[in-house]
Design a protein around this ligand. Sequence first.
Ligand SMILES: Cc1ncc(COP(=O)(O)O)c(C=O)c1O
Length: 397
Amino acid sequence: MLNNIIELDKKYYMNTFGNRLPVCFVKGEGMTLTADDGKIYYDFLGGIAVNALGHSHPKLIAALKNQLDKLIHTSSLYYIENQARLAERLANASCADRIFFANSGAEANEGAFKLAKMYFYKKGIPKTEIITLDKSFHGRTLATVAATGQEKYQKPYRPLTPGFIQVEPNNYDAVVNAVTDKTAAIMIELIQGESGVHPMDVEYVENLRKLCDEKDILLIFDEVQTGMGRTGKLFAHQLYGVEPDIFTLAKALGGGVPIGAVCAKESVAAAFEPGDHGTTFGGNPLATAAGLAVMDIFDEEKLVDNSAKMGEYFKAKLNSLMAEYPDKIKEIRGSGLLIGIELDPEIAKEVFDKLFENGFLTSLCGGTAMRLAPPLIITEKEIDLFVNKLEKILKEI
Ligand SMILES: Cc1ncc(COP(=O)(O)O)c(C=O)c1O
C-alpha cells in the first residue's frame, strides 16, 4: 500500500514536501502510531507539537462525535456557543481579555499583525513596522514569511510584505537600535521552536516589556508552538512572568483539529470593530468543541503539570546522557516537553535515521538540533524507552 500512496503523492500532490519519511500511518493510540505495515512508532514529535493529548484520546473523540451529531458549521453570522465558551476559557486562563479564532498558526499571526496595525490606526498614529527575530518561524503566508527571520523561506518571495524588520535574538541593544517612531509591535517566540528550540532569556523578555511600555509599542508573543502546556505552563508567557499585549495560539489548541487564536488585552482588542477582521471557518462549532475538550482534558488529567514534571525527568536523563557522550551531544535546551538536543553535526542525521528505523519519531532542525515535542500524556516509561534507545545508538555510532 505504501508504494501506491507514494506514487499518487508524487504524481498529484504539489511537491512542497519532497521525499517524506517513507511511512504512512493508519491508526494512533496514546503515544503510538501504527503504520500501514503494522509497525508501531513512538511519537516523540506529537504531529509537531499538535497532538498534546496523544492519539485517539477517547474523551476528545467522544466530544467530537457528540458535536458531529449536532452541528459542524454555521458561519460567523450567528452566535456560536462553543466559540463563546472557549473564548471565555482562554481569557480566564491567560492574561488576555478577548479572543478571535482562526484556522492555523499563520492565520492567527496575520490576525495579530492586523490588530497591531489597527490599534495604531484607530489611535491616529500611523505605526506600521513590526520587529521580529532572526531564526524565528511565524508561518507560510506572505506576511508571516516576511516576519519569519530565515532567508530560505523569504528569498523566493521577494519583494516581501513591507514593514517587517529582523534583529538578533536575545540581543536587547539590537531591538533598541531597530525601534523607530513607526514601530507598532515587537513579536517573538519565547522559545524558538522550528529553528531548533532556542529559548529567550528572561531578562531580555522583561526588558522588551519595559521598552514596549516606554515607547508605546505592542508586545506580541507567538505561542503557536509554546502554548497549551507545551513548556510546563499553560502558556509560555506564564513561565516567563511577562504579559504580552497580544499572543497567538494554534497547534495543540484543537488536539489535531485545525484552529488558531488571537488573544489580546481589552485595550488592544477594542481596536477591532465590526468589519475590521473576519473568517468563514475560524472558531466553528466543531473546532471549538475540540478546543473545549482539550481544555477539559488538560484539567482532568493535569497535563500541564505532567508536562513540567516529565520535562524535568526527560531533561535530567538527557543531561546524564550528554555527560556520558559530550562529543556527541553538545547541549540540551528547552522547557517542559519542548526539548532540543544539539547533536554533533557529523552524526545528527544518522542518529535521526536510526531512531526512525527503531520506531521513534523526532525531527531534525537546521541539520543538528533534534526537536522533541511529545504528547503531554507521556510517562517515565516512554521517556526511558527513548533515552535507552538513544544511548544504544550513540554507543554504536
Ligand atoms: C511559532 C510558530 N508560529 C507559527 C507557525 C505556523 O503555524 P501553521 O503551520 O499552523 O500556520 C508555526 C508552525 O510551525 C510555529 O511553530
